[in-house]
Design a protein around this ligand. Structure first.
Ligand code: HEM
Length: 421
C-alpha cells in the first residue's frame, strides 16, 4: 500500500508500490514508475505502452493525468461509486459531465431524448449522404484516410446533427487541434482563450437561431433552445456547455474511432472479409474493435474522501483519471484481450463508459460508425495498408491516427477478395 501526503515525495512512493515484473524497455524508459503520456514511449504504440503500465503499476501518477487507474476492476469501482468519486473536477460548469446527482440526474433527463432511437434513425440518411460524398471525393487508389475521410466525416456529422452550417465543421476541427496542442503543452492560458473562443462561436449560433423566431428549422439546436430543466428555461451558459460537449468534445473521439476501425479492417483481412460477407455484424464488430483500440484515452473524477484502490492510498481531493484504453484490454476482465471476438459480454466493454455517466450519445456514435463502415466497404472491393507509408499515431491527448494511408481497390475489382457489402 502506498500512502501519499507530500507531493514532492509522491513519485518515489509510487515507484515503491509498482511491480517490477513485465517491465519492457519501452516502459523502463519511463524511469521508476514516473510516467508521462506525452513521452516518445507512448507515441510509437500507445495501446501497448498502456498495457505494460497496467501490468507494472495499476495506479500511477503523472503531471499530465495525476492519479491514473488502468485496471478494469478499479475503473468499474469508480464508475459505480459517484459519491466517493465525484465528477465536479473543475470550477467551470460542465453539463452534464461535470455534475453529480441529484443535479446530474435532472440534466440527463433533458439530454437523453435527443439520442432516442427515432431521432437517431431520422439522422441516418443525412449521415449516409455525408459519408458517400466524402468517399466519392477521396483520391483513389491511395488516400490518407484520417485526413480525407475520418476527420471531415466526424465534424460534418456533428454539425449536421445540430443543424449547423457546414463551414462550422472546419472551424471545429481547427479548434480541436489547437486545444489538443494546448493540452499537450499544458498551456492554461491558451486553453482559457480557446474556451472563450468556442463560447463566442456557439453563442453566435444561438443568437442567430433566436433571431429566426418561428422560421427556425425543427432541429436539435432549436429543440435545445426550447428545452426546460427544473421548470425553467436552460440558461445560455448551460446551452453552450451542452453544445460544446456534443461538438468539440466529441469530434476528436469520433474521428479517432473512424480511423481506428478502418485501420483494423485493413490490417486484419479476415475481419474485413467477415464484415463484407455479413454487414449485420458491423455494429457489434465496431464495439469490439474499439475495445481493443480505444478512441478515448481518459476521463476524470475527484476523490470526495480518502480511498484505498488498486493497492494505493489516495487522499481526499485528488484527481483520478480512468484510463479506458488500458481497462478495456485488461486480461483479468477479457480472456485473450487482444483477440477480436463477437461473443464477449457487452456489459464489460467500457468504450462508452458505464454507470450514471455512461455515454448518452452512444446510439448516435454507433449509427455514425456503422454508416461510415458500410459506405467504405460498400464503395470498395478491398482496403489495405500502403507498403512503405506507415500509419502515424496521433500524440497525446489525441488518439487514433494523425495519418492513415490506405490503398483502396475499387468496387469492380471485387472478384476473389471479400465481395462487397
Ligand atoms: C466513438 C464515439 C464516442 C465515444 C467512444 C464516447 C465515449 C464516452 C465515454 C467513455 C463517456 C463516459 C465518460 C465518464 O464516465 O466520465 C462518455 C460520456 C458522454 N458522452 Fe460520449 N462518446 C462518444 C460519442 C459521443 C457523442 C457523439 C455524443 C453526443 C453528441 C456524446 C456525448 C457524451 C456526453 C454528453 C457524455 C457525458 C455524460 C454524463 O456525464 O452523464 N458522446 N462518452
Amino acid at each position: 500500500m502506498t500512502a501519499v501526503t507530500d507531493p514532492s515525495r509522491r513519485l518515489r512512493y509510487i515507484a515503491v508500490g509498482c511491480s517490477r515484473r513485465l517491465v519492457t524497455e519501452r516502459v523502463r524508459a519511463l524511469s521508476d514508475g514516473v510516467w508521462d503520456p506525452r513521452s516518445d514511449a507512448f507515441r510509437s504504440d500507445p495501446w501497448t505502452a498502456y498495457d505494460e503500465l497496467r501490468e507494472r503499476c495499476p495506479v500511477a501518477f503523472s503531471d499530465a493525468l495525476q492519479w491514473s487507474l488502468f485496471r478494469h476492476e478499479d475503473v468499474m469501482r469508480v464508475l459505480h461509486d459517484p459519491l466517493t468519486f465525484s465528477n465536479q473536477v473543475s470550477s467551470h460548469r460542465a453539463v452534464p459531465n461535470g455534475m453529480d446527482p441529484p443535479e446530474h440526474t435532472e440534466y440527463r433527463r433533458l439530454i437523453e431524448p435527443f439520442f432516442a432511437p427515432e431521432r437517431v434513425a431520422a439522422f441516418e440518411p443525412v449521415c449516409r449522404a455525408i459519408a458517400a460524398r466524402l468517399w466519392r471525393a477521396a483520391a483513389l487508389p491511395e488516400m490518407d484516410f484520417a485526413v480525407a475521410f475520418a476527420r471531415p466525416f466526424a465534424a460534418l456529422c456533428q454539425c449536421a446533427f445540430l443543424g449547423w452550417e457546414e463551414e462550422t465543421a472546419d472551424r471545429l476541427l481547427q479548434w480541436v487541434d489547437r486545444q489538443h496542442e494546448a493540452i499537450f503543452r499544458q498551456d492554461r492560458r491558451a486553453l482559457s482563450d480557446l474556451a472563450q473562443e468556442l463560447h463566442e462561436t456557439i453563442q453566435q449560433i444561438l443568437r442567430r437561431r433566436r433571431e429566426m423566431g418561428d422560421s427556425a428549422p425543427d432541429d436539435a439546436t432549436t429543440r435545445l433552445l426550447q428545452a426546460r430543466v427544473g421548470g425553467r428555461a436552460v440558461s445560455d451558459e448551460e446551452l453552450v456547455s451542452i453544445l460544446r460537449n456534443w461538438t468539440a468534445g466529441e469530434v476528436g473521439t469520433l474521428s479517432a474511432a473512424v480511423s481506428i476501425l478502418a485501420n483494423f479492417l485493413a490490417v486484419h483481412p479476415e475481419v474485413q472479409r467477415r464484415l463484407r460477407e455479413d454487414p449485420s455484424t458491423i455494429e457489434a464488430a465496431s464495439d469490439e474493435i474499439l475495445r481493443i483500440h480505444g478512441p478515448l484515452l481518459a476521463n476524470r473524477r475527484i476523490t470526495r474522501r480518502a480511498v484505498d484502490i488498486g493497492g494505493t492510498h489516495i487522499p481526499a481531493g485528488q484527481i483520478v483519471t480512468l484510463i479506458w484504453v488500458a481497462a478495456n484490454r485488461d486480461p483479468r476482465a477479457f480472456e485473450q484481450p487482444l483477440e477480436f471476438r463477437l461473443d464477449r459480454d457487452p456489459a464489460q466493454n467500457l468504450v462508452y463508459g458505464a454507470g450514471i455517466h455512461a455515454c448518452p450519445g452512444a446510439p448516435l456514435a454507433r449509427l455514425e460508425l456503422r454508416v461510415a463502415l458500410e459506405e467504405v466497404l460498400g464503395g470498395s472491393a478491398w482496403i489495405e495498408p500502403v507498403p512503405d507509408r506507415p500509419a502515424v499515431f496521433a500524440s497525446f491527448p489525441s488518439t487514433g491516427f494523425s495519418s492513415l494511408p490506405l490503398r483502396i481497390q475499387p468496387e469492380r475489382a471485387a472478384a476473389g477478395r471479400g465481395g462487397r457489402v
